[in-house]
Ligand binder design. Sequence first.
Ligand SMILES: [Fe+2]
Length: 372
Amino acid sequence: MKDFTMLFPGRVYFGNGCLDRLKDAPIRGRRGLIITGRHSAKKSGLLDRVKKILKATGREIFIYDDVEPEVSVETVDKAAELARRYRADFFIGLGGGSAIDCAKAVSGIYKDRLSVKDYLDTKTPVRRDSGFLIAIPTTAGTGSESTKNAVLTYTAKKIKISLRGDSLVPSMAIMDPELTYSMTKEITAYTGMDALTHAVESYFSSNANEITELLSLKAVTLILGSMSAAYKKPLDKAARYDMMLGSFTAGLSFANAGLGAVHGIGHPAGAVLKLPHGLVNAVLLPHVLEFNSAAIGAQLMQFRKATGFDLIKKIKSLNKSMGIPARLTASSKGGVKKIEEIMERVEYSASMSYNPVKMDDKRVRQILKGAL
Ligand SMILES: [Fe+2]
């Protein structure tokens, strides 16, 4: 018997074409700031579509369209300044994880005249009355629409760091699988493997509960069953639907159960090696599972019974089929030089603390030696 507390996004719309539900969605606010990346939402016409739907409801809409991949603290500060200037009172994160995380951070800090760095430096949680926040993901992977943190790149410190607060869980999530059809093969692979990592790590997390276990199992089954088809055929409706459902289910789970050493090691490794989050996780996942296997043998068996998959073998073959390498660097010699740089940035407080095997410097070094 275990007590637990769970957080979920306030209202969720899920399904093909559900973006149109924005028309009559109960949005709290009159002046919205859409926060998005530099290219894809503009190129695909999605940004115009969202703007048009919201304007037709009589609201004023403003745009910040300069979010870079692995969004930085400087970008959050710029977008928050714009929010203050426009007197925005609700926020829409439109795009991949970086756009949504940027919108989450802005909604949490715009009411104060502080830099996001001030919150991060002092580990101050964001205020409870953050702005009404709508997450509209265009990738099936990050789970940002369900979580209470925004992952940011702290440029000067060369680290990935989370801004946290219960109020950062989006007020509304619009999960429309049709918005993921324009993802490139590479983005499909990286974001999909990030989602799979969320599902797997939350399943084995020492903080899992009976509900998150169910969500994680469902997510793994959905993602393993549709990843290859979504990668090979971008317009495969059923595969895109299942990938988005799997990614969302995994997000609901890890937002409450936490993650593990793949994310614990992956954030500093990605920041030092300058590699995308999903790629780093995809490579690290089998290494960490093998490392953990002595402690999770019974669960791996149970998992095999439930899904019919040998999880570690299946992940390795999926990676290979999508051109994801077995290691993070081209040569292990070059990689060894980076280990200490990564070790300086490893923290044991967040994701790492939920890994089923307790992690320490010696163990993290051992995993990095195998993966670099
Ligand atoms: Fe992730």
